[in-house]
Design a protein around this ligand. Structure first.
Ligand SMILES: [Zn+2]
Length: 413
């Protein structure tokens, strides 16, 4: 093994205390976006900037998205670059924002104060996404302390607003400064993964969120024949979506878990407050996750056809509208970033990683849509958004070692 890489890997292996210190300080800065009732990511961005500067990183760009809802008036995005022997860059992405703790009674300790139990740290954000941020900072620090110039250049991106849509985060960054990113670079989003580190996410289903509004005629519940029950028609429509869409778009693709498109009627708006009124209006939503081969327009056409049948059966009007839409995205399993990750994971974790597609959405989709080959990988237990969210100190260090392998030895890339 080359001397520099060996020094970095050994150095990282002894950084347990540093993981605890970084995670504790990050967790004490509750970076909640304004949609989640918080002041944004400013304090956390300042903390990260201080650390990067202490690591001798001089090339730090701030690309702030204006947002009048937070006290600083902006949502910070940081791009730190450490030059390597090659211009080609390994990019790592971590989001600074976190989600609210939820029910405090379900937490065994203060969510904003890190608690340690053996190898595990507990607190809001420790896994999602501070494990990535900590690995990224450990790597920068180790390069600095050992005076190592990496083979590839290293790009560290710390983003705002991942949890509430990314419009002020990566989306803004990619719109404002697309010149930072080149098609030849490697992109890793360490924001999902498996407990043994053996899953590389290479594809995401398309998203189509629909709002279904049914309009009938309100009346007294003792004389239902005088009205048109919008709730009953809406319920019929929900079942029609549940059964009809699964039947029409039942293809499978074994890369994905689950292997089919999914169609889930879920959110339902309140209608009348009292029992003895037949509601004249009903609104529910359908969350559709579509395999790449499924055309969202075909799904929409099918939903409208189902709506016509329900309109006829119940004498109501149904309006179908799109709330949000995102195309499916993928990176080739043979792309350099996936191959490099597979090789590095095998060395550090001693496992053979498999590729997987998911129904969820990460910022990798935004990179892939711009033709930037992004893989999603990390070693984690998937406790994100839960009470008592946790992160493994060992995994945080090993993740940094995986990035080190790719950064220092891209021969197999
Ligand atoms: Zn996340």
């Amino acid at each position: 093994m080359p001397k520099d890489m060996d020094a970095l890997l050994r150095g990282l292996a002894g950084r347990e205390d540093r993981v605890v210190a970084l995670q504790s300080a990050l967790t004490a800065c509750p970076a909640l976006g304004p949609d989640n009732g918080g002041d944004g990511e400013e304090a956390k961005a300042a903390l990260i900037t201080q650390w990067l500067e202490a690591c001798g990183v001089t090339d730090i760009l701030r690309i702030d998205a204006p947002d009048a809802r937070v006290p600083s008036g902006q949502r910070p995005n940081l791009v730190a670059r450490i030059p390597g022997k090659e211009k080609r860059t390994l990019w790592l992405f971590g989001h600074m924002d976190v989600v609210p703790p939820g029910d405090l009674a379900a937490w065994q300790s203060d969510p904003w104060q890190v608690r340690r139990e053996g190898d595990l740290l507990f607190g809001r954000g420790v896994e999602d996404n501070q494990q990535a941020i900590t690995s990224m900072l450990l790597l920068a620090e180790e390069l600095h302390q050992r005076h190592v110039v990496p083979q590839l250049s290293l790009g560290l991106v710390f983003m705002a607003d991942e949890e509430t849509g990314s419009a002020y985060g990566l989306e803004y960054l990619l719109k404002t400064a697309p010149e930072l990113f080149s098609k030849n670079d490697l992109y890793i989003v360490p924001d999902a993964g498996a407990r043994r580190g053996d899953v590389i996410e290479v594809a995401e289903k398309g998203q189509l969120w629909l709002k279904i509004r049914t309009t009938g005629v309100q009346c007294h519940a003792s004389t239902p024949h005088k009205g048109r029950n919008a709730f009953l028609a809406g319920a019929d429509m929900a079942l029609a979506c549940h059964n009809g869409l699964r039947a029409a778009f039942g293809d499978t693709n074994t890369l994905f878990n689950p292997p089919t498109s999914t169609f889930v009627p879920g959110k339902h708006e309140a209608n009348v407050p009292n029992i003895n009124t037949v509601p004249g209006s009903d609104v529910f939503y359908v969350d559709c996750r579509l395999l790449p081969q499924v055309d969202p327009q075909a799904v929409l056409d099918k939903v409208r056809a189902l709506a016509s049948e329900v309109e006829e059966r119940h004498g109501v009007q149904i309006e179908v509208s799109v709330v949000q839409q995102q195309a499916a995205s993928s990176v080739a399993e043979t792309s350099p970033v996936v191959i490099a990750l597979g090789a590095a994971v095998a060395r550090v974790y001693g496992v053979e990683a498999r590729t997987l597609g998911i129904g969820g959405a990460t910022v990798a989709a935004q990179l892939r849509q711009r033709d930037l080959a992004a893989a999603v990988w990390s070693c984690l237990a998937s406790t994100c958004h839960q009470p008592n969210e946790s992160s493994s100190i060992t995994a945080t260090i090993k993740d940094a070692q995986v990035f080190t392998h790719i950064l220092m030895n891209p021969a197999h890339v």
